[in-house]
Design a protein around this ligand. Sequence first.
Ligand SMILES: *Cc1c(COP(=O)(O)O)cnc(C)c1O
Length: 239
Amino acid sequence: MTSPTAEVDHLRASRAAVLERIAGACGRVGRDPSSIQLIAVSKTVPAERLRSAVAAGLTALAENRVQEAESKVGVVDGATWDLVGPLQSNKARKAVEVAAVIESVDSVELGRRLDRLVREVRGLPVRRLPIYLQVNVDDDPSKFGFAPAELERALDDLAGLEAVEIAGLMTIGKLVESAEAARPTFVGLRRLSERLRARSDALGPGLSMGMTDDYPIAVEEGATVVRVGRAIFGERPRP
Ligand SMILES: *Cc1c(COP(=O)(O)O)cnc(C)c1O
């Protein structure tokens, strides 16, 4: 078994390597690396290892299941938790209790439910919950998210909510042979955001896109948040 100190060193090196590739991508397109947030996707990684991750500077973590997030939040200090996986309505209250940000809002109904729950859970005056609207940029039937054509209407429907803040758009790139092949998806999300923001103040400038196989490309195309799991924690056990 790896000692905690060796584990921290290893994770610190992985973090540095990812940050270096982010900086490299920024250099190619003239962006400032400090404008990009690295989120370490910690699903399947045991809480004990996550304590080493926090010690290594990986304090922004993300889970794709509410239950798994809940089991870790109380035993890993010093981290914030984004929720990046599909959220069933019966888990929404728990999600509001544990998540700093919910990146996977894929319906107007869920957005409204979160708004109501934030008021109930946090009370008034309410600290707003940042959310991202997940977009199925490529209209892939196997993926969650709003179709691009639905978003304008959805933003109008969500615009008045006071307890959630629509920080931006999120997407998951296509499973493709090369990172380069994911580029059109990222370009699509950025353009969609630009178009929508030109006509609605409700949408923030955030673009959550890019994972282990394609985050440098996503950064080149304007990502403000990258969600990286395997490049930091190694391969996950098969489900
Ligand atoms: C698992 C997951 C990631 C991280 O994927 P890696 O390929 O391990 O970097 C990012 N986003 C979402 C929504 C995920 O479920």
